[in-house]
Design a protein. Structure first.
Ligand SMILES: Nc1ncnc2c1ncn2[C@@H]1O[C@H](COP(=O)(O)OP(=O)(O)OP(=O)(O)O)[C@@H](O)[C@H]1O
Ligand SMILES: [Mg+2]
Lengths: 219, 334
């Protein structure tokens, strides 16, 4: 599903954020990406939807080499991903419903299909009763769940989450992680960047640990 | 075989592109969704404009003013041109006789000139007829009534033969007429007409340049307004692009916004022009009567209004397209 081969990322100002990263996620696999602050977790996740391009090395997503994709191909790549951001990135002048509908509107679905799928996604994150609310009026955890609903509404085969539980209390964090595992159990590949080592060890999934831009050997 | 495969590949890539665009839903439903999206954007963009009524009204007004300028200039030049056309038909020479020359002298001159090889018709306008016409058209009738004598001279109106078209031939005839004993002043009615024609041709060229300049102004107004909106919606655009929106998807609502601004400006310009013409219609037809031209101001026929409004809408779309494209290229690919 996802493969990194000797990937480097160097920002114009500053040194190598990622140096020689190689790993492979099989379809239907779930993994956590950990590491200290500044280790390169966000950078690694940004390379997959081509928000940034790697300086060196090769990345393939679903068998497609990202280096071969031009800027015109990026929208199609992104439609096959479910992205969850630490800072939510919601549209604050749109309702919860409209926010979750966005990937479907972009993909050109009709209103009936959109309604059906948005309600299914909102039901999964337990926000069906708040579809007409605006994100500002929701708690941090609820906003993050809106973001998750938006990431799963178009049923992407690969979900990338950057610290999805960063602002949640332990109970909610656990609930959301369990939601990801549920998605994983129906065949979605999931990669989650997280600090929450206690929670990660309890879930018992594969862990990729970054240290100053390099992957620690897995055990 | 190899050649065959090479020929197939563009077709296959097109098929792939279409498949990407239309996914795996039935084509009919995809088209339905596409139409629905456009109708939705059409209405939604108008709704967005109406949410900031004052700022939007200002934009529309500025566009309308920028459009009214060349439109009224066009109307002026067109109408002057038509007026000139009407007057050219009455291309005749007036011989004003000396004030003390009586009507009989005039009629003798007229009879003699009628025989002239280059003259088609020569007619006497008596002092009395002149006075009557003057009273009727000038508005000085009352003032003239105060005089106890008729100050107007007898006039012989000479119409040259139609074959006399070259200006230098006309000039020679005028010189000859000036030699007539009792002639005080010989005036070619179309003298100033030639000057008007020259002015008109310059004006027409100027109108063309003015059109270009003000079309540019409309483009700039629309793109500046849209630029501000782009700025306000930067985060929204970034997020939609992260969700896989194409440049076309991002551009579309702004094109509709540009369309509405242009259309609004065009319609308002049309209304402003109509008011202007209604206000001018009275004075102009009185003026026209005075010069025997007999024409009415023309503008509001579909032949000119529709292009004005369509051009305005088109400029709105073009302005939006330009600024959104520039913005998208700057933020590509994220
Ligand atoms: N846009 C950028 N320009 C320059 N340097 C950057 C940029 N983004 C990240 N970096 C640098 O790259 C390194 C990795 O950053 P990154 O955001 O990937 O870390 P992280 O593991 O996500 O940290 P955190 O846990 O704090 O989110 C850091 O040293 C950071 O300063
Ligand atoms: Mg980070």
């Amino acid at each position: 599903m996802l493969q990194f081969s000797n990937v480097y990322k160097r920002y114009p100002e500053g040194g190598d954020a990622l140096a020689g990263i190689s790993f492979r996620l099989k379809p239907g696999e779930m993994a956590f990406l950990t590491g200290h602050s500044g280790a390169g977790k966000s950078t690694l996740l940004r390379l997959i939807p081509l928000i940034e391009r790697p300086t060196r090395g090769q990345i393939t997503v679903g068998g497609r080499n990202l280096a071969r994709l031009g800027n015109r191909d990026i929208p199609h790549l992104r439609r096959q991903l479910g992205l969850i951001f630490q800072d939510f990135r919601l549209l604050y002048d749109r309702t919860v419903y409209d926010n979750v509908a966005l990937p479907l509107v972009i993909a050109g679905f009709g209103p009936a299909e959109i309604g059906r799928r948005v309600r299914a996604a909102l039901d999964k994150v337990d926000l069906l009763s708040k579809e007409k609310r605006y994100p500002r009026g929701l708690s941090g955890g609820e906003q993050q769940r809106v973001g998750i609903a938006r990431a799963i509404v178009h049923k992407p085969p690969l979900i990338l989450a950057d610290e999805p539980t960063g602002n949640l209390d332990p109970a909610l964090s656990e609930e959301i992680m369990l939601l990801f595992r549920e998605l994983n159990q129906v065949g979605v590949t999931v990669l989650i960047a997280s600090h929450d080592l206690g929670l990660i060890s309890r879930l018992g999934s594969r862990v990729l640990e970054l240290n100053q831009g390099r992957l620690e050997p897995e055990h | 075989m190899a050649r065959n495969r090479r020929l197939q590949s563009p077709a296959r890539s097109l098929a792939n592109r279409l498949l990407r665009r239309f996914g795996n839903l039935p084509l009919v439903q995809r088209i339905q969704n596409y139409v629905f999206m456009h109708v939705h954007l059409f209405v939604a963009s108008l709704g967005r404009i109406c949410r900031t009524p004052i700022a939007s009204a200002m934009t529309v007004l500025v566009i309308a003013i920028a459009l009214t300028l060349p439109a009224s200039f066009h109307t002026l030049v067109d109408n002057l041109g038509r007026a000139a056309g009407n007057l050219e038909a009455t291309n005749h020479i007036s011989i004003f006789l000396k004030p003390d020359a009586v009507n009989e002298v005039g009629s003798r001159i007229a009879r003699k000139l009628a025989e002239h090889p280059q003259v088609k018709e020569a007619r006497l306008v008596t002092k009395e007829e002149g006075l009557q016409e003057f009273r009727r058209y000038s508005g000085f009738g009352e003032a003239l009534r105060l005089l106890d004598f008729n100050p107007l001279p007898a006039v012989v109106a000479v119409t040259p033969k139609d074959s006399l078209t070259r200006p230098e031939d006309v000039d020679r005839l005028i010189e000859e007429l000036k030699g007539i004993d009792q002639a005080d002043l010989v005036q070619m009615d179309s003298d100033w007409m030639h000057k008007l024609a020259a002015i008109l041709s310059i004006a027409r060229r100027t109108v063309g340049m003015l059109d270009l300049l003000l079309a540019l102004a409309v483009l700039l107004i629309v793109s500046n307004t849209i630029r501000l909106e782009l700025h306000a919606r930067e985060e929204e655009i970034a997020i939609t692009k992260l969700m896989g929106a194409t440049d076309g998807f991002v551009r579309r609502p702004f094109l509709y916004t540009g369309f509405w601004y242009g259309l609004g400006g065009g319609l308002l310009a049309w209304i402003l022009m109509s008011i202007l013409i209604l206000l001018l219609d009275g004075p102009v037809s009185r003026l026209a009567e005075l010069y025997g031209g007999g024409f009415e101001l023309e503008f509001l026929d579909g032949g000119k209004s529709l292009p004005l409004i369509l051009a305005a809408a088109g400029l709105g779309i073009a302005g939006a397209w330009g600024v959104v494209d520039y913005h998208l290229r700057r933020m590509a690919p994220t």
